[in-house]
Design a protein around this ligand. Structure first.
Ligand SMILES: C[S@@+](CC[C@H](N)C(=O)[O-])C[C@H]1O[C@@H](n2cnc3c(N)ncnc32)[C@H](O)[C@@H]1O
Length: 179
């Protein structure tokens, strides 16, 4: 379940065209880093099943589907790739707990402030950190995440980076602000 992104400078993981091409090529499903079974202890501990959840950069991962099977009632999934979103929307049209929208995580103005109890990010901030203008992109994204969370809301970040690397890569943002 691990893909080495140490060579991420050779790709533009922050680019929608890159992801569209990739999802056209890889039409199945793939979970980056970890699947829900491994993350479940943390998810269940911090996120009540009645939470309104935003999954940012959902890709074609099975994570959201598995969460619904485990009792989660409302998960909004967004991704910059229209290919991934259309694929996932068709696949899950019968699962009313799952919704899909094509959207840039740096501009989620479609949603009003304090719309979600929880934002889950598995590999999406990491992608922006590999893109052009990484510090600005990452800070925009985190500003939006912060805006969309209700007071006391949870930002669950699954990342390959250490806090030190995140703090230097996202120098315009202080991780201590997110609770
Ligand atoms: C490393 S993949 C992780 C996918 C999925 N979360 C998982 O765990 O398997 C990163 C995802 O972020 C999406 N992404 C990249 N830049 C984005 C952006 N600016 N806005 C929304 N999604 C973005 C990509 O399309 C891709 O699906």
């Amino acid at each position: 379940m691990y893909r080495d992104v140490s060579s991420c400078n050779s790709y533009n993981y922050g680019d929608a065209l890159y992801w569209d091409a990739r999802y056209i090529q890889e039409a199945g499903s793939f979970d980056w880093y970890q699947r829900y079974t491994a993350l479940r202890p943390f998810v269940r501990r911090y996120i009540p099943t009645s939470s309104r959840v935003l999954m940012v950069g959902c890709g074609n991962a099975v994570m959201s589907e598995d969460m619904v099977k485990d009792g989660y009632e409302e998960i909004m999934n967004i991704d910059i790739s229209s290919v991934a979103i259309e694929m996932m929307r068709r696949k899950h049209e019968h699962i009313h707990q799952l919704q899909y929208m094509q959207m840039d995580v740096k501009d989620m103005s479609f949603f009003p402030d304090e719309s979600f109890d929880c934002v889950i990010d598995k590999g999406t901030l990491d992608s922006l950190m590999c893109g052009t203008d990484a510090p600005i992109s990452a800070s925009r994204m985190l500003g939006e995440v912060s805006r969309l969370l209700k007071p006391g809301g949870i930002y669950m970040l699954v990342t390959i980076y250490s806090k030190l690397k995140l703090d230097s890569g996202c120098s315009l943002f202080h991780f201590g602000n997110l609770k």
